[in-house]
Design a protein around this ligand. Structure first.
Ligand SMILES: [Zn+2]
Length: 291
């Protein structure tokens, strides 16, 4: 997938196509990175055996208005901590390519654009079925970045903990407490409302006309709060499962940070296990190879 700007679409697509043709990504993933994990990947090919770059066309004006594009710097940006450009790209992709049939696999989206957080890419460990990896302009020519982002999608965190990670963890813990409180309050209010409705019925002989609607509204709110709380819990879980941490830039692990992209070569065995488990959960089975 190629994320390109509408007003510069052809030039950006041509540039990205050149990158893809040069990269030999499938071979890299299958012989120098994911093969360590016993994961084999097949990248989609067209009838001429080329990797097709499906365009995702971004309208800079609407993205700017929505708060996801900075026209002066020409970069992607997050609107808030919760509203991320990642989700907007995912939404656009689903809208254009998955209206009828969801694709069961990882979607790698490359772009010439950079982002305001100076990251090389963006992907999510949670939820389990998150499957979009965005590789940004600074990193599209670095194959280890693809292995790194796919690692995130398959449940891996960085091999170091940054200050932001620790803050994120603390935030998620706090959020769970707040959500559980809200769920408790909503349940109580719903119970009280139902009691009142019962009294109303006993007095008048018929139900409150809006009873069903109001009870359902409470149910929906509680369900949404439970989903949000579960997501926070899953994030905490992922941090816990990624249990071994080292200093930043001190290893040759794919999930370490790197400036020059020459020093990331390894997934550890405990990382293989997390990734394999994620794949089995996602696909529901694993194909065993007879030797
Ligand atoms: Zn990362």
């Amino acid at each position: 997938m190629a994320l390109v700007r509408k007003n510069n679409k052809d030039a950006e697509l041509a540039q990205l196509q050149q990158v893809v043709d040069k990269l030999n990504l499938e071979e890299y993933l299958n012989t120098q990175s994911l093969n360590q994990v016993l994961i084999q990947c097949n990248i989609e090919r067209d009838k001429n055996n080329n990797i097709p770059l499906h365009p995702l066309v971004l309208n800079t004006e609407t993205w700017q208005k929505a708060g996801y594009y900075d026209p002066i710097k020409g970069i992607l940006k997050n609107k808030t901590d919760e509203e991320m450009y990642y989700d907007r790209v995912l939404e656009l992709y689903k809208h254009v390519y998955e209206k009828n049939k969801p694709f069961k696999g990882i979607v790698v989206c490359i772009t010439t654009l950079k982002s305001d957080d100076e990251e090389g890419g963006e992907s999510k460990t949670v939820p389990l079925d998150s499957r979009l990896a965005i590789i940004l302009g600074s990193n599209i020519e670095a194959p280890d970045s693809y292995a790194h982002e796919i690692g995130h999608l398959l449940g891996l965190e960085h091999i170091y903990r940054s200050k932001e990670d620790l803050e994120d963890l603390q935030e998620k813990r706090q959020k769970i407490i707040e959500l559980n409180n809200k769920i408790g309050i909503n349940k109580e209010r719903q119970k009280k409302y139902i009691d009142d409705c019962d009294k109303y019925k006993a007095k008048n002989g018929y139900d409150c006309p809006e009873r069903k609607e109001v009870v359902k509204k409470f149910d929906n709110e509680i369900d949404n709060q439970k989903i949000e709380s579960k997501l926070c819990l899953n994030v905490i879980q992922v941090y816990k499962e990624n249990k071994y941490c080292f200093g930043k830039e001190s290893t040759i692990n794919f999930m370490d940070y790197t400036k020059d992209h020459t020093n990331r070569h390894l997934f550890c065995k405990w990382q293989w296990e997390l990734m394999q488990r994620d794949i089995v959960k996602y696909y529901g089975k694993v194909q065993k190879v007879e030797i």
